[in-house]
Design a protein around this ligand. Structure first.
Ligand code: MTE
Ligand code: MO
Length: 384
């Protein structure tokens, strides 16, 4: 990766690895705006970012009875209706650092900001599959839609992933072949010129620099589908793990975290009140319906205010059931407890299936450090 590209990256990002480039924003930036500006959107790359020429870009759609359909960027933009959604993307490894504190895991040591929210515009994958010859009888043998990126490792192997066919072809699935992020061309780090956006589904399946789509009876055979991004028991270690025994992560569980105050912050007693902010999101289009906040380590709870638009703007109407793809930002202002010198602030969210977060990390610890969604805890000191 050349220096120019690195210099174009925002200096406030916290770099997790330089080659390939992996970074997350400072948490408080996440709750500053409902739509995360692309410069602050977390960046997760397994391989070097490829430079793709939009003029010669081709997308191949394979595996359907009609043969291969090849589309240019122009075809994608002009032959299919443009559809826009707001969707949150979260890496399966978000909050991995909290698992690392319990017992060492393998993977990038993400804090709480490997999650961001953007608007995405593009062609519906459903429309493109229909144009390529998809018919309902295909569902008799096909089960998955595989995606291949144009990024490759030293052996020439591309990044790849797949999602269930029913998610890809359903009208309610809202899966996009996106060519815009936040109203502009998708930035190179996020998949220029085309990426898949599979709302409600783990970041890993949202393949960037999309080169190929394959309708198939099989899941993607890629490392990231077969031997990574799977959950295991806390009792499973690297000697006993059998990656074939667990399903690939698709929809993510309920999640929330405190973006401000930061852990170990000091608060002045003279402030009298404390404002706590954060995000909450659930996978599979399940809507976050409540966030509970405690200032005493979980003994007593208050309900936070939820927001699903920019501050000062009219609230967005509730999405149709099962299509809540975007996070909610939340906030609560509470009086400082009179006698405390230290507070343990805790948050936990509830989605519309009444799924809730587990209270501690050890029961969900796993060797890859994925699906880390325990109650988020932040300790602050009060200065008299
Ligand atoms: N697509 C390609 N081609 N290569 C990748 O390394 N990383 C995946 C996914 N798509 C990846 C990819 C992972 S693990 C995540 S979490 C998201 O992209 C991150 O998307 P972002 O960098 O736009 O935040
Ligand atoms: Mo990821």
């Amino acid at each position: 990766e050349d220096l120019k590209k690195q210099q174009a990256r925002h200096p406030v990002l916290r770099i997790n690895s330089l080659k390939p480039f992996n970074a997350e924003p400072p948490p408080e930036i996440l709750s500053d705006s409902y739509i995360t500006p692309s410069a602050f959107f977390f960046k997760r790359n397994h391989l070097p970012v490829p430079q793709v020429d939009p003029a010669s870009y081709q997308l191949h759609v394979e595996g359907l009875p009609g043969g291969v359909l090849t589309l240019s960027l122009e075809d994608l933009k002009t032959r299919f209706p443009k559809h826009t959604i707001t969707a949150t993307l979260q890496c399966a490894g978000n909050r991995r650092s909290e698992m690392n504190k319990v017992k060492l895991v393998k993977g990038l040591n993400w804090g709480i900001a490997a999650i961001s929210n953007a608007t995405w515009s593009g062609a519906r994958l459903r429309d493109v599959l229909l144009a390529a010859g998809y018919k309902p009888d295909v569902a008799q043998w096909a089960r998955h839609v595989q995606f291949e990126g144009l990024d490759t490792d030293v052996t020439g192997t591309t990044y790849g992933a797949s999602v269930p066919l029913n998610k890809a072809v359903s009208e309610e699935g809202d899966v996009l072949l996106a060519y815009e992020m936040n109203g502009e061309d998708i930035p190179p780090d996020h998949g220029f010129p085309v990426r898949v956006v599979v709302p409600g589904t783990v970041g890993a399946r949202n393949v960037k620099w999309l080169g190929k789509i394959i309708v198939s009876a099989e899941e993607s055979s890629s490392h990231w589908q077969q031997n990574d991004y799977k959950g295991f028991s806390p009792g499973t270690d690297w000697d006993t793990v059998d990656f074939k025994s667990a399903p690939a992560i698709q929809e993510l569980p309920i999640q929330s975290a405190i973006t401000t105050p930061a852990d170990s912050a000091t608060i002045d007693r003279s402030d009298e009140t404390l404002t706590v902010k954060g995000y909450a999101w659930s996978g599979g289009g399940r809507e976050v319906v409540r966030v509970d906040v405690s200032l005493d380590g979980g003994k007593t709870w208050q309900v936070a205010q939820l927001r699903s638009s920019e501050k000062g703007q009219a609230p967005e109407p509730s999405p149709p059931p099962g299509r809540a793809w975007a996070w909610k930002l939340w906030e609560i202002t509470a009086p400082l407890p009179p006698d405390a010198q230290e507070l343990e602030i805790v948050c936990k969210a509830v989605d519309n299936s009444y799924n809730m977060q587990p209270d501690t990390v050890p029961p969900i610890w796993n060797l890859r450090g994925v699906l880390s969604n325990a109650w988020h805890r932040v300790k602050v000191k009060i200065r008299e």
